[in-house]
Design a protein around this ligand. Sequence first.
Ligand SMILES: Cc1cc2nc3c(=O)[nH]c(=O)nc-3n(C[C@H](O)[C@H](O)[C@H](O)COP(=O)(O)O)c2cc1C
Length: 206
Amino acid sequence: MLAIAASFVSCCGNKAADENACENKNETAMNTTMNDLLTRRSVRSYTDEVPPMEVIEEICKAGTYAPTGMNRQAPIIIAVTNREVRDRLSKLNASVFGPDNDSDPFYGAPVVLVVLADTTAAFTWKEDGSLVMGNLLNACHAKGLGSCWIHRAKEVFEMEEGKAILRDLGIDDTKYVGIGNCILGYTAGDYPEARPRKENYVYWIK
Ligand SMILES: Cc1cc2nc3c(=O)[nH]c(=O)nc-3n(C[C@H](O)[C@H](O)[C@H](O)COP(=O)(O)O)c2cc1C
C-alpha cells in the first residue's frame, strides 16, 4: 500500500498531461487499499521462512504512521525475527493459559511484532496501540504476507521475564503495557475466507 502511494506521489508533476495518469494511479491505489481492507484475514498456518528484512521494516513503518491521540505516538513496536526470542515469547504467551500449556499460540509464524504503549504518554494509549496493530495487520496483507493479532501481550509483559526483555532494550517496564502481537509470515495452505458480517453492523442516519 505504501509503495503504491509513494509511486503515485512521485509520478505527479505540474504538467496537465500528467494529471490523467495521476488520477488513474490514485484510483488504482484507492482500489488496492479497499481491496486489501476487505480481503485481509487472520492466518493461523505459516511456513518457517522469514520474509525479507526490508519488507518487515516497511510493515513496521506502516505501523508507525497510524493515527495517535494528539500525535503523542504512545505505542512502540518490538520487531522480533530472532527465533530464540520468538519461541520464548510464544512460551510466555501459552503460559497465560496455564503452566502446563505447551501450544504455540503464534501458529508457527516466524516473526512477531509486539505492540506496547506508554500509558503515561496519552490517555488514548490503548486506542493508539490498537490502531498500530490494525496498520500492521493490513500492511502484512498488502505485502502478500499472512498475519494475525495474538492477544495476551498485556499479561506477558506483566511477567518478570517479559519485563526483563523490555529492560534489555532500554524500555521503561513501569510505563509500557502490551497491546497485542502481530504474528506474520508466509501463509501455509489455503487463505481463510471471511465469515459473513452480522446484520445491523451499520446504522444510518441520513
Ligand atoms: C483484540 C483481538 C485479539 C485477538 N486475539 C487472538 C488470539 O489470541 N488468537 C487468535 O488466533 N486470534 C486472535 N484474534 C483474531 C480474531 O480471532 C480474528 O480477527 C477474528 O476471528 C476475525 O477473523 P479475520 O481477522 O480473519 O477477519 C484477535 C483479534 C483481535 C482484534
